[in-house]
Every structure is written in C-alpha cells, then in structure tokens.
Ligand binder design. Structure first.
Ligand SMILES: [Fe+2]
Length: 248
C-alpha cells in the first residue's frame, strides 16, 4: 500500500565537483589501505557529485615519509583500476599531497620533491601542537616560487581558536584556507565546528574538503550534506569556494 508518510531518501550533492583533500590513494598513509577501499571511497565521492579528486596523502616526518617515489606508483595503480571500473571511469584523479610543515618537509623542499596540485596550489598542514616557528617565511617562500599555499583545515588547530586575528592575518597575506566538511559536521568537536563557522561567517573559506580517510568519514559527510544546517550554510559559502578552479 502507498504510504503517505514514506519519504524518498534524500541524497544531496555538493555544489562543487572537485575534492581538494582526501586520503584515497591506497597504501601510503592511514587512509585507504588497498585499491578496493579506494574504489569504494571514489564511488561515495561520485554519489556526492564529485568528479575530480585531488589525492592528498600525508607527508609527515617519521610517520609517513612519502616522496614522489612512493606516491607515483600507488597513483598509477589506482588510475589503472579506475579506468577499468566502468561506473567511475569518468572521474579525474590528480596526484598531490598534504604536506606537514616539519623537518621532513624542509629536507624534501630543498630537493624539490613536492607535487603541487594543478594550478600550482599546494596543501600545507600545520603542527597540531603549536604554530610552526617561521610559518610566515615558509609561506612567503612558497609564494615567491610561484606556489599557491592552502592551509589545510585551519579550524582544527586549537591554538588559533583564541587567536582569530592570526587567522585573519594569514588569510590577508594570500594563504588560501581549506575547511573540512567533517569539521562543519561537528566530527572533531564543538570548538572546531565553531571556528569553521566563524571562518564561513567572515568569508575566509576558500575551499572545502572531505579529508576522508575511510568509509566512516563518508557516512558523517553524507549525513551532514543531507542536513538542514548544511542547506542553510550553502548560500553563505557558494560564491567564495574555488575548489573547481584547481586546474591548469
Ligand atoms: Fe588530511
């Protein structure tokens, strides 16, 4: 019998097509562990309206000391698998990374071992304990060399929560800000969500990212983009987001 209370399951899509931050590249960090998981995550991206995925695996001292030599082979394997998987073969993948600004970065940057996104954007991650000493110099040097630095999830560094003027300063000097959908969804707690909303309110969100490491994150993001909160937020950010401008 037709049930008048039955509601069609909503499946909202994002208003942009490029995910600039995710850990879908298999076997190189604590994101996807194998090609099957990566395919599952890419299908989830597709269902949310994403067609272009920038693969930003961790590059961190001691834990994930990835270089082009470790990332490129994984990228070739995934690209091949995606080309052979009909329902996602249309998706475009790009290799880049999420670079923690630490001693490993210093060493690799000197050697020219970084892989930027199309358009020379590069995703930089701060330490979670304290702001890197010399952050301004590092960002300035990147800009001088023609890179466009993006600060990964500024809302997640707890030391900025009480120092919002520092965020303004970083943004005003030309560093792009990428906010996590997971942060807006409240996944990292209320402080982080509040800072993310503060960034939205002040027009400082340049890019959104899933930062998905696995299907548990997918579920949180899907629920969030089907929520009233997200729908209310969209008009405030839609005009600012440059995700789809990450191209050559
Ligand atoms: Fe990440």
């Amino acid at each position: 019998m037709f049930n008048i209370f039955h509601r069609k399951k909503e499946n909202n899509q994002l208003f942009y097509n490029t995910d600039v931050h995710c850990h879908i590249l298999p076997g190189v960090d604590h994101g996807s562990q194998d090609v099957e998981q990566s395919i599952e995550m890419l299908r989830a991206e597709r269902d949310m309206g994403i067609t272009r995925v920038i693969l930003t695996s961790h590059v961190t001292a001691e834990t994930f000391e990835n270089t082009p030599d470790t990332l490129r082979p994984a990228f070739e394997i995934l690209k091949q698998a995606v080309a052979e998987t009909e329902d996602i073969s249309h998706m475009q993948l790009y290799l880049s990374a999420e670079y923690r600004m630490d001693e490993f970065w210093d060493k690799q940057y000197t050697l020219g071992n970084q892989i930027a996104m199309p358009g020379n954007y590069i995703l930089m991650e701060n330490s979670f304990h304290q702001e890197l000493l010399g952050l301004d110099e590092l960002l300035f040097d990147l800009k001088v060399k023609g890179y466009k630095p993006i600060l990964a999830h500024p809302e997640r560094y707890i030391y900025y929560a009480q120092r919002k003027q520092r965020l303004e300063q970083l943004h005003n000097t030309g560093t792009k800000f990428q906010v996590n959908l997971l942060s807006l969804a409240g996944y990292f707690g209320q402080h982080c969500r509040e800072t993310a909303l503060w960034l939205v309110k002040h027009g400082m969100v340049d890019m959104l990212g899933s930062d998905m490491h696995g299907m548990e994150h997918v579920k949180v993001i899907q629920d969030y983009i089907n929520s009233k909160e997200w729908r209310k937020l969209v008009p405030q950010i839609q005009g600012h987001i440059i995700n789809d401008l990450v191209r050559d």
